[in-house]
Design a protein. Structure first.
Ligand SMILES: Cc1cc2nc3c(=O)[nH]c(=O)nc-3n(C[C@H](O)[C@H](O)[C@H](O)COP(=O)(O)OP(=O)(O)OC[C@H]3O[C@@H](n4cnc5c(N)ncnc54)[C@H](O)[C@@H]3O)c2cc1C
Length: 379
């Protein structure tokens, strides 16, 4: 009888967190299997602005960013629903790259390095018993010694694991709808703009291939009030902001319909569940207006890869790994998530956002401090 192969590590979800973790582990000689329910390349709802803190990390993994002619983004403009505008420099800022491109390129690096990457394979459940995980998927069952959850903002697995945040009553912070288009627009390459409208905000910046990403969020309540219609939401709410009205009217939309996600949840989460170690949005999602979720996912993958290496070398046990990872995760990300969640609560509230922008405008030092508190350092 054939014995089922036991991998050193199984990773659920091949976004930026899962892919970068897989590449690091396999480069250290570990056997890694990664499950991704979609097939690369594919579009994903995301603002597609990556903070510079990730640049060197991605290049070290083998992604030649310097040769990809990517737009460098060094200026930020934020408007309130009534059109009041704050301008600020971003130092060191970020770069624009579509998820279609970056996830696909990383998936190729992962496969070439030896990761067993199963696309179009949905994980349906994960069990843990006697130092072994059994990962149940649409393509059969697999076994591993370690298992990492990198399955993003929401997944069927959260319900299976009975995670606390799943059962909280739905509200402004945990029931959000997001949408994204690629467009052509006469817009500066080095600028990211964030424009508020009633119960939502919308970001615009350049990505690879001479395109711009336009991505917005709103509460499920606001979406329902617009008959769950993207067209009505854009017409009735988004275009009330004078900047957004201009861009929506002038842009050439490259897709007929946007990619859309619902039930986006910014609630607090835990980073270990039944010995599965969570990274990226699965451990905690930062409000997109902080522009840093992708870097946090990749930074967490680096922290975890180092600890897993110590575990596989026999230097630490499973309990120590889980405890140390939890502590490091909190040290690195809790503050940023708190600020992101606080801003997310009131951004979009017309009166509060108008007041906030008006009161911050005369104090660029405060704006700088706020931006810095949502960003990290190179890792
Ligand atoms: C509207 C919006 C705008 C944003 N804008 C920005 C921005 O400009 N800059 C920034 O840095 N961050 C931004 N973010 C946040 C950023 O997108 C995330 O923080 C980042 O993608 C997290 O990476 P991840 O690897 O954790 O998850 P993801 O990139 O979401 O990857 C998770 C993967 O898991 C797969 N998956 C899910 N369930 C299963 C399953 N059961 N089996 C197998 N595979 C599964 C999914 O298909 C997906 O590919 C934004 C988020 C939103 C909602």
């Amino acid at each position: 009888m054939n014995e089922i192969k036991k991998y050193d590590c199984a990773i659920v979800g091949g976004g930026l967190g899962g892919l970068t973790l897989a590449i690091q582990l396999v480069k250290s000689g570990r056997s890694v299997i990664l499950f991704e329910k979609e097939t690369y390349p594919y579009h994903k709802v995301c603002g597609e602005y990556i903070a510079m803190e990730s640049w060197n990390f991605l290049e070290r993994l083998g992604l030649p960013l310097s040769k990809m002619q990517l737009p460098k983004i060094t200026r930020l403009q934020i408007s309130s629903p009534n059109g009041n505008l704050i301008k600020h420099n971003l130092n060191p800022g970020g770069f624009g790259i579509s998820r279609y491109t970056i996830d696909f390129e990383l998936s190729k690096i992962a496969k070439a390095a030896g990761v067993i990457l199963l696309e179009n394979t949905k994980v349906t459940d994960v069990d843990y018993s006697e130092n072994t995980f059994t990962i149940k998927t649409s393509a059969g069952n697999y076994e591993s010694e370690m298992c990492c959850g990198a399955y993003g903002k929401k997944s069927n697995i959260d319900i299976k694991l009975k995670r606390d945040f799943v059962n909280k009553p739905l509200g402004k912070i945990n029931n959000v709808v997001g949408a994204k288009y690629h467009i052509k627009l006469n817009f500066p390459d080095d600028l990211i703009e964030l424009h508020n409208y009633k119960d939502g905000y919308c970001g615009i910046s350049k990505v690879d291939g001479d395109k711009y990403c336009i991505c917005y969020l709103t509460t499920a309540k606001n979406f329902e009030a617009n008959n769950n219609s993207i067209e009505q939401l854009e017409e009735n709410e988004i275009k009330k902001n004078p900047f957004l009205k201009k861009y929506f009217n002038e842009a050439e939309f490259l897709w007929e319909k946007p990619v859309v996600i619902s039930q986006v949840n910014f609630s607090k989460k835990t980073c270990i569940e039944n010995h599965i170690i969570m990274i990226g949005d699965t451990a905690g999602l930062i409000a997109p207006l902080c522009g840093n979720g992708m870097s946090m996912a990749m930074n967490a993958s680096k922290i975890l890869a180092n600890l897993l290496e110590a575990y596989f070398k026999g230097n630490i046990r499973r309990e120590q790994l889980e405890l140390t990872y939890t502590n490091l995760w909190k040290q690195n990300f809790t503050g940023r998530l708190f600020i992101g969640r606080t801003i997310q609560q009131f951004f979009g509230n017309e009166t509060l956002t108008n007041m906030f922008i008006a009161s911050m405008k005369p104090f660029p030092g405060l704006v700088k401090k706020l931006i810095r508190s949502t960003h990290g350092v190179p890792f």
